[in-house]
Design a binder for this molecule. Structure first.
Ligand code: MG
Length: 157
């Protein structure tokens, strides 16, 4: 049994939609980054890589590599999940938190869970996504950034 944690933060910039958790959410801002900046998928990727002691997303997909510019984070997560399976593990469950002042994520949680289940080849019941606001405090509360955390449990296959 192995456990891993992932964390990520990306800045919000004007112009939607918001790519988060592998889906596009209607919003007037989007996340900025070298890839598609999907902060939740990046946290999930780091959590499963961490659990298998396979390093981190920056090692696998350097932001100095032009091939990773605007890259689909779902593809990176799929590759990471494949590496985890090839290392002899299967994903037991993941639990995630998204820290975002806006938009409200409750209406999108089921779609995000379904997308994560599809990318990770897991049962939706093994995936949990929680959302927290920044209580109007700090960069998240001011709507300048969105952060995400994820914890993953792996079992020997
Ligand atoms: Mg990132």
């Amino acid at each position: 049994m192995r456990i891993g944690i992932g964390h990520d933060t990306h800045r919000l910039i004007a112009g939607g939609p918001l790519r988060l958790g592998g889906i596009d959410i209607p919003f007037d801002h989007q996340l900025d980054g070298h890839s598609d900046a999907d902060v939740l998928l990046h946290a999930v990727t780091d959590s499963i890589l961490g659990a298998a002691a396979l390093g981190d997303i920056g090692q696998l997909f350097p932001n100095t590599d032009a091939d990773n510019a605007d890259r689909d984070s779902a593809e990176m997560l799929e590759i990471a999940a494949r590496s985890v399976v090839e290392s002899g593990y299967r994903l037991a469950n993941i639990d995630c938190i998204v820290f975002a002042e806006r938009p409200p994520l409750m209406p999108h949680k089921a779609a995000i869970v379904a997308r994560l289940a599809q990318i990770l080849q897991m049962e939706p019941a093994a995936i949990n996504v929680k959302a927290k606001t920044g209580e109007a405090v700090g960069p998240i509360g001011r709507g300048e950034a969105i952060a995400a955390e994820c914890i993953a449990l792996l079992l020997e296959a």
